[in-house]
Design a protein around this ligand. Sequence first.
Ligand code: B12
Length: 325
Amino acid sequence: MDEKTIQSIVNSVLRELGEKDLPSGQITRVQQNGASHTESNNNAPPAYKPAQSGGSGEREKPKGYSAPENQNAGLEDLSLDKFVHWNGIENAHNESVNSDMVKQTAARVCQGRAGPRPRTRSLLRFLADHSRSKDTVVKEVSTDWLKQHELWEVQSQVTDKSEYLRRPDLGRKLSDEAKTTIEERCKKSPQVQVVISDGLSTDAVTSNLEEILLPLMKGLESAGFTVGTPFFLRYGRVKAQDEIGSLLQAEANLLLIGERPGLGQSESLSCYCVYKPTKDTVESDRMVISNIHEGGTPPIEAAAVIVDLARKMLEQKASGLKLKR
Ligand code: B12
């Protein structure tokens, strides 16, 4: 392969990573005998040479070579807008159609390809999104964070995250300690009880709660409802709201819970709403407002929608399929 082809391959990879092209002459070829051949440029980094045994392992830098300034900067954050809304199709027949589509969605469209494979930037973003999604499921909402937000916590019958994922049935039931604490600390028979739970996304709670809880509580109070004491349920599943509701004799129960993350959205919160929940509540009695996050339904807007829904539930004394909307 000649120098020109090598240069163009290296530059196309750098471009995909959002880096500048290397000026010609900075590419170093490793020759078969291990010696390196550098095109007349003293500032070029040396080709890789295994450390000599007994040596320090440090490569000797050729005279005049200085490392590029951003050498230790690492990769940019792949969740930045410029990566999410990236048009990877080159030489499109009608470019404006693609760039328009890319602007409108965070979905993985117009990624292009490199032969049969995904392009480097696209693959890296996929791996980064996947990691964020896995992280948010296994992370814990810290007790410090709860204290800062003046929330006390109870736990479902699940003992840790691993069991939470394997035993959804236990996440639907309160531990004995939780039942006692709830009975001791909560206002009885409120019209509306709000509960917050980690569910399947810790980031959903930590990144949206500040913006949703206060407007929600204030909105419910301004609508004239008696509102219960909000608290945090660790390792909760949706159906746990039925046991909480019947324990507190709340008319309506609103559960803010982390949604199962997707590939590209790992901070989405849902609000599950039910009128007079009991152990016999069925799914058709429940409603959900989902996709609550900055890029979906913004938390403040969601708070207003939930207050309106609570008003309808209390007026009609119904929820789910029985509610006329
Ligand atoms: C997983 C999932 C399911 C799974 C739930 C199984 C399970 N055990 O997890 C299955 C495939 C069964 C399912 C079915 C349905 N789902 Co669904 N589901 C989801 C998804 C992808 C994640 C939910 C989640 O994270 N829950 C949080 C965890 C912690 O809860 P959980 O206790 O483990 O699981 C409970 C909830 O997930 C709940 N649930 C799941 N979907 C729905 C839908 C409604 C209307 C209700 C009231 C409850 C509910 O049922 C589970 C068991 O109690 C969301 C997408 C999202 N972004 O939220 C859509 C989503 C919630 N589902 C939706 C819909 C429409 C449905 C169905 C009505 C589809 C249908 N036509 O049959 C049914 C209804 C099921 C029901 N329970 O009443 C919509 C709701 C839209 C809306 N605002 O009303 C969503 C938002 C998807 C979407 N974007 O359209 N769903």
